[in-house]
Design a protein around this ligand. Structure first.
Ligand code: GN1
Ligand code: MG
Length: 365
């Protein structure tokens, strides 16, 4: 299949950027969409993205969600004295008034002005940055607490359904289309040994102990733009998976990705460890940003959010490795298995420090 570059030119032409584009380069490190930074002849910069047709089957619904959320955020920021211009993304319509340009291979292209004066970090270079991302995601929860969750489409059905993720892993291991299962038996067994864990948060939701909220569902550090000068979180991006979900998962995915000092695909597992200090900082910052939005029960379940998002992401990487790397972009063979291994190591670390994690969140309840 032709890659995204083939359609970039047509995608650029579909939008009125105020001046002709002067250049474009690949941008960011997302595993799913193709992203470019485009500069016009008058020096304005835009982010162009091709939404992955593999991950997202209904780009029209996705863009309706994103439009609803960003417009709501702008109104809430305006109302509460925030910065509506930089505090949320502002998507352009195409020249014909559509929310995206569709290329012949099912890719949907969208664009928004680059939020100038911001940077995006791959690892928590300083504890302050990590805390800033926590405040931003906590604030995101707070700003969206009144959003009518039932109007959102499920852009990826069962996205954080950990029980279903385990079932999919089992199916991939059984089918084993590439004969890779024998090479990752310890990782498969690691996941299977935690089958009961996969139901903990879902059961609490089913029993009404955890509420369904509008959540981001992909709260990696690199999904917050930070102010270049102040280091504060300016804008939450990557809104494709904003759906009804659990607040503890938003918390947990941040911990999974950010509360350590290694890359997601680090091969030297001796370097992979949960940083309890970062865990505590993030907990405090997230709850500060949420500013009373979360219930006591949600706060008590935060360690579960961390463990389950890490376990689930590990299962997803492993499933994709078994299925031939069809979902997460890779640059080298075995990368998804390496990613899975870091997640297993982090889960083990969380288990080893479980009582401490619970004590920490109890401090901020
Ligand atoms: C993907 O697109 P990106 O890289 O921000 C994935 C997340 C995973 C993450 C792991 C839509 O996020 O769910 O946690 O990779 N997004 C989707 O790095 O599947
Ligand atoms: Mg991203």
């Amino acid at each position: 299949m032709p890659n995204a570059d083939t359609y970039l030119h047509d995608a650029l032409a579909a939008f009125d950027l105020g001046a002709p584009p002067a250049g474009a380069r690949r941008f960011g490190s997302g595993h799913i969409n193709d992203t470019y930074l485009v500069e016009t002849q008058t020096g304005r910069r835009f982010v162009f993205q091709r939404i992955s047709p593999v991950a997202f089957k209904q780009p029209g619904q996705l863009m309706e969600n994103v439009a609803g959320i960003t417009e709501y955020l702008a109104r809430e920021l305006e109302r509460t004295g925030g910065d509506a211009r930089r505090g949320t993304l502002h998507f352009l319509r195409t020249r014909t008034g559509e929310r995206f340009y569709a290329d012949p291979d099912g890719g949907a292209w969208r664009t928004y002005p680059f939020v100038e004066g911001t940077v995006c970090y791959e690892t928590a270079e300083t504890p302050e940055l990590f805390a800033a991302s926590g405040r931003a995601f906590g604030r995101f929860q707070r700003l969206l607490q009144g959003y009518p969750a039932h109007t959102l489409y499920e852009t990826i059905p069962r996205f954080h359904d950990t029980e279903d993720r385990l079932a999919k892993l089992k199916a991939a291991a059984a089918a084993d289309p590439l004969g890779r299962a024998a090479g990752c038996r310890p990782e498969i067994d690691f996941m299977l040994a935690r089958e009961a864990d996969c139901s903990v948060a879902l059961q609490a939701l089913r029993e009404g102990r955890l509420p369904l909220r509008v959540t981001h569902n992909d709260t990696k550090l690199n999904n917050v733009l930070m102010d270049e000068e102040t280091g504060e979180g300016v804008c939450v991006v990557d809104l494709d998976t904003v759906m009804p979900g659990l607040s503890i998962n938003d918390f947990g995915d941040s911990i999974r990705f950010g509360a350590n000092h290694c890359a997601e695909d680090e091969r030297d597992l001796s370097k992979v460890a949960l940083d309890l200090h970062l865990f505590e900082l993030y907990t405090q910052a997230f709850l500060e940003g949420a500013d009373g939005t979360l219930t006591e029960e949600e706060v008590a379940y935060l360690p579960w959010g961390a463990k389950l998002m890490t376990l689930e992401c590990g299962m997803r990487f492993l499933t994709d490795h078994l299925e031939g790397d069809v979902y997460f972009h890779i640059d080298r063979e075995g990368q998804n298995l390496d990613r899975c291994r870091t997640q297993c190591k982090l889960v083990s670390d969380m288990e080893a420090h479980w009582d401490e994690l619970r004590r920490i969140v109890a401090k901020y309840r």
